[in-house]
Design a protein around this ligand. Structure first.
Ligand code: NDP
Length: 396
């Protein structure tokens, strides 16, 4: 029995609300976000009076604590933006509420994401007897749980990890991002980085790339980028000699991205326009398609997984575990495309495992620190089945 508060009403918040509404363990579900009309529209679509709605500015701890005191939730799922992670964690501590998110903290004025800010809350959550589950979307999230599952069941030591993320879908637009454009563009224009032999190796953005073959999809050019789960995975699996993250991009997407950068539309510092301060990337977000609106015309598949090499009983083995998710199927069920779906479904299952007492450990924990088995047992039923390939050519 768990009172659940969801913050954020974008693509991911929509999926979390739909999935949570199907789950009896959540006795009360409250959906709150900055724009009340958006939460109301989601609640109305789900129907049956299952979801209560409210308005909150999650940058403001006082507003958050007032909201928490009003509804007294057991757990908050933060699917607003990474900028709000710390204010929501502060309010959780003030009101004795547990916490779950899908993206690590990022300051608004610096395009830099890392776990240090949230890990600094560990002792306070522990002392308060509260659980904070970090990074419970797909990547981070399922990819981290796949890694934990592989380490637990298929290897004595894992040595090489390559997380591979392919979106082979087509939304019919010249340029659009699949989740919040501001966060997405900040992420993919960063320098590349991967872990090798105990240290980080930095690359120019998109410098390293190669075609990788994705199941049921075929070969797609894949680019080495830095991704947040690498930071916690190399700490939690110290046998890793190398850990990398690959993402597919189409040529059209990369060309648009280059132009956006060349003309300064990715700037995150305020500029003066007609006497008004605007932040170019925020203005760009306002004119780009809303990721939520892409679903209606999205066709094709995403394919995200982990390609792992390691040792079992003294012999080297390879293992590839992945999920393929169809944009149209995701849209039919929740009204959103597969990128929002693959993020919202694991977040809801993580919350359910917390509610059932299976993932309840006071402190601030990355998702791979919990037992992967109950998650892997249920995730297929929730819409994201996984497939395993053993001793195959990993191409890496
Ligand atoms: P959207 O931009 O579509 O939605 C964000 C929502 O948060 C909007 O409803 C927005 O409100 C709300 N919001 C923003 N600022 C505030 C605020 N100050 N107070 C209250 N609400 C606020 O993003 P997505 O749904 O695509 O993504 C949500 C989260 O999921 C992001 O953190 C993203 O990084 C993460 N993500 C994680 C992935 C993973 O696999 N781990 C993959 C994809 C996304 P408004 O409607 O008013 O703008």
């Amino acid at each position: 029995m768990c009172k659940l508060l969801i913050i954020g009403a974008g693509g991911v918040g929509t999926v979390v609300a739909h999935k949570a509404a199907q789950c009896d363990v959540f006795t009360d579900i409250i959906l709150a976000s900055r724009t009340k009309s958006k939460v109301d529209a989601i609640a109305e679509k789900i129907g049956g009076g299952r979801i209560k709605t409210d308005q909150v500015d999650a940058d403001d701890v006082a507003q958050l604590t007032a909201l928490f005191r009003k509804y007294q939730p057991d757990l908050v799922i933060n699917v607003a933006l990474p900028y709000q992670d710390l204010t929501i964690m502060d309010a959780c501590l003030a009101c004795g509420v547990n916490y779950l998110d899908t993206a690590n903290y990022e300051p608004k004025d610096e395009a830099k994401f890392e776990y240090s800010w949230q890990w600094a809350y560990r002792d306070r959550f522990k002392q308060a007897g509260l659980t904070a589950i970090l990074g419970c979307g797909f990547d981070p999230g399922v990819t981290s749980i796949y890694t934990a599952y592989a380490a637990k069941h298929h290897f004595d030591e894992i040595h090489y990890l390559d997380i591979v993320d392919c979106n082979a879908g087509n939304h019919g637009m010249a340029f659009a991002t699949n989740f919040n454009p501001e966060i997405n563009i900040r992420e993919v224009t960063q320098k590349g980085r991967y872990w090798e032999n105990g240290k980080w190796v930095e690359t120019e953005p998109h410098e390293i790339h190669k075609p990788l073959t994705y199941p049921e999809i075929g070969p797609k050019e894949s680019y080495l980028i830095y991704h947040e789960e690498l930071e916690s995975l190399v700490k939690n699996f110290p046998t890793l000699k190398r850990a990398r993250f690959w993402m597919t991009f189409g040529q059209e997407y990369l060309t648009h991205l280059r132009v956006i950068q060349n003309i300064g539309m990715d700037r995150i510092d305020p500029i003066l326009y007609n006497g008004v301060e605007i932040v170019p990337i925020q203005f760009l977000k306002a004119v780009l398609p809303d990721p939520k609106s892409l679903g209606a015309n999205y066709t094709g598949w995403t394919s995200i997984g982990c390609r792992i090499k390691g040792i079992k009983n003294g012999k080297e083995h390879t293992y590839y575990v992945y999920n393929n998710c169809n944009h149209e199927t995701a849209y039919r069920e929740t009204g959103t495309q597969a990128v929002s779906y693959t993020t919202g479904v694991p977040a809801t299952l993580g919350a359910e495992l917390f509610a059932r007492g299976l993932w309840k450990t006071p402190g601030v924990l990355n998702v791979e620190e919990f037992d992967p088995d109950p998650f892997m047992k249920e995730i297929g039923n929730r819409g994201l089945p996984f497939h395993e390939l053993f001793d195959v050519n990993l191409e890496l």
